[in-house]
Design a protein around this ligand. Structure first.
Ligand code: NAD
Length: 415
């Protein structure tokens, strides 16, 4: 694991891109800081009748391009710095794919696995009530993140609507279909990873068909990325999760593994592949590597053993800036998180648009729009990287910062 904090990481990435593209210096100063970070205490009546006070955060990083957008995570390891970094990455991500949102993120320090359903509901509703003055479909629109999901979003939407006196589905995304969720949202991030991977390979004159692919993480992002890449003809030879790793040189049957994980929760014990050490996933002789689990996993400690020619960042922040430099020198194409995993927020945007219209699209329409937008963004990022002769992450950052700068120069600063 990396020793550099997510905050140090995003500031380094920002400063590097700003210097190369000669970003307006005043704008850089503005973008180094979040616009607002709210820290709240959340008293919750526990099942035993006692009150327990939790701590929560909502960071609204930047809204030059539109309302703040970003997930809420429930995790014991949540810190203010982590929430701020994730909110900054959301700001760049929404700009890279050119959707009219800024960046935000939230978190509550808690272990949801130790809370009952009732306690979780009361925690979510009280948190929503406490940050309600800064939420709204035109202000700040949360979504699910680590250990939160459709049910959490339903509680947020219901609490917000109860106070407003009318139903407001546009206040969150990642909702169940019955209350205004979008078709295709659940698979969107993994589907997006596969589209970006395919378009990148094409751009460099290669085909994903027949490529050997290894994936760290077999949750929402990893499993769907595996599924859609195998549909494009890629061969998923290795996957890992918290329980260990699997390898099959002829390719793992992804659908069978997904069914296995549905029953057994983890990949360990899947009979049609050889078990390997989970950490070895980065060192295998493969064409493409997809980290889709944790932050800070590709570091100076393992970067020299990576053999893949493409790294597609399904997870947020999996590569440290030092490892990035080594990979660039070795000619390995690292498709950054802010492009590679943006399919989720893109379909969140579609969900928000549908909520505003009160008109819901067919799945085909959602997937077609997702594909067109991501293939286009991938080409724009690679073109930008070529123009400045930089790595793809810096190319993506420059593209995002250019778009933010354009809005800043047009609107200018109040007052
Ligand atoms: P998830 O909880 O569904 O899955 C996480 C996976 O990582 C699980 O398979 C888990 O076993 C595995 N894992 C945990 N610790 C591990 C370890 N030490 N070694 C190997 N594997 C380990 O989460 P997810 O939604 O798939 O998110 C994964 C990453 O993608 C996160 O960084 C998240 O922020 C990012 N992301 C998710 C979305 C989304 O829409 N879900 C969108 C953008 C980015």
């Amino acid at each position: 694991m990396s020793t550099i904090s997510p905050k140090e990481m995003y500031l380094k990435q920002l400063e590097r891109a700003a210097k190369i593209m000669q970003l307006d210096e005043d704008l850089l100063e503005i973008l180094k800081q979040p616009k607002r970070v709210v820290r709240v205490s959340i008293p919750v009546k526990m099942d035993n009748g006692k009150i327990k006070v939790f701590t929560g955060y909502r960071c609204q990083y930047n809204d030059f391009r539109g309302p703040f957008k970003g997930g809420i995570r429930f995790h014991p390891g949540v810190t203010e710095d982590e929430v701020v970094a994730l909110a900054a990455w959301m700001t760049w991500k929404c700009a890279v794919i050119d959707i009219p949102f800024g960046g935000g993120k939230g978190g509550v320090i808690c272990d949801p696995r130790e809370l009952s359903e009732g306690e979780l509901q009361r925690l979510t509703r009280r948190f929503t009530y406490t940050i309600m003055p800064i939420l709204g479909p035109s202000i700040d629109i949360p979504a699910p993140d680590v250990f939160t999901g459709e049910k959490t979003m339903a509680w947020i939407m219901d609490t917000y609507s109860a106070f407003k006196g009318y139903s407001e589905p546009g206040v969150v995304t990642g909702k169940a279909r019955s209350i205004g969720g979008s078709k295709g949202r659940r698979e969107a991030t993994g589907r997006g990873v596969s589209i970006v991977a395919d378009e990148t390979a094409k751009y460099f004159g290669e085909k994903i068909e027949g490529m050997r692919v290894a994936i760290q993480g077999f949750g929402n992002v990893g499993s769907h990325a595996a599924l859609f890449i195998s549909k494009l003809g890629g061969k998923i030879v290795a996957v890992s999760d918290v329980s260990g790793g699997l390898y099959n040189k002829d390719g793992i049957d992804v659908k069978a593994l997904m069914d296995y994980v549905k029953k057994n929760k983890v990949i360990n014990g899947f009979p049609w592949a050889k078990e390997i050490d989970g950490d070895k996933i980065f060192e295998l002789d493969v064409d493409m590597l997809i980290p889709a689990a944790l932050e800070g996993v590709i570091t100076l400690d393992n970067v020299d053993r990576i053999k893949a020619r493409y790294i597609i960042e399904g997870a947020n922040g999996p590569t440290t800036p030092e490892a990035d430099e080594v990979l660039f020198k070795k000619g390995i194409h690292v498709v950054p998180d802010i492009l590679a995993n943006s399919g989720g927020v893109l379909v969140s945007y579609f969900e928000w648009v549908q909520s505003k219209l009160g008109f819901w699209w067919e799945e085909e329409e959602v997937n077609d729009r997702l594909e067109r937008k991501l293939r286009n963004a991938t080409r724009e990022v690679i073109n930008m990287a070529h123009e400045y002769d930089v790595d793809l992450r810096t190319g993506a950052m420059i593209l995002a910062l250019r778009r933010i700068e354009e809005v800043y120069k047009e609107r200018e600063l109040f007052p």
